[in-house]
Design a protein. Structure first.
Length: 115
């Protein structure tokens, strides 16, 4: 209901868009560190560029899937394997491009950007 969104109840409505390249690098660092993998072993800018349109959760799942593949192949996770997983994934921004575009248009007129 509209009364839940009025000024005074909530000060602002924020819109969090998909991560930009710098944020994708930071997300890659975070998720690699959580798995005790050294960020220096990966070409983070190239991976971040390949993950354009990915959400933070999709970046994390690409790392998880690549780790499963690395384990199954008895090899360490590296840039090549992670890049392959990213390229084989279709983010929601591609699968639901029209809805994402409509949401961005709606948010552009009605919300405050979170970044």
């Amino acid at each position: 209901p509209a009364e839940l969104l009025r000024k005074g109840r909530f000060d602002e409505i924020f819109f969090v868009d998909l991560p930009d390249p710098d944020t994708r690098v930071e997300l890659l660092k975070l998720h690699l560190a959580r798995r005790k993998l050294a960020e220096a072993d990966f070409a983070l800018p190239a991976l971040a560029a390949a993950a354009d349109g990915f959400s933070g959760a999709e970046i994390e799942q690409a790392i998880v899937a690549a780790l499963y593949t690395a384990h199954a192949d008895a090899r360490p996770l590296d840039t090549e394997l992670l890049m392959q997983e990213i390229r084989n994934s279709r983010p929601l921004s591609v699968l639901m491009a029209e809805q994402v575009s409509a949401l961005r248009a709606w948010a552009g007129e009605r919300t405050v950007p979170a970044d």
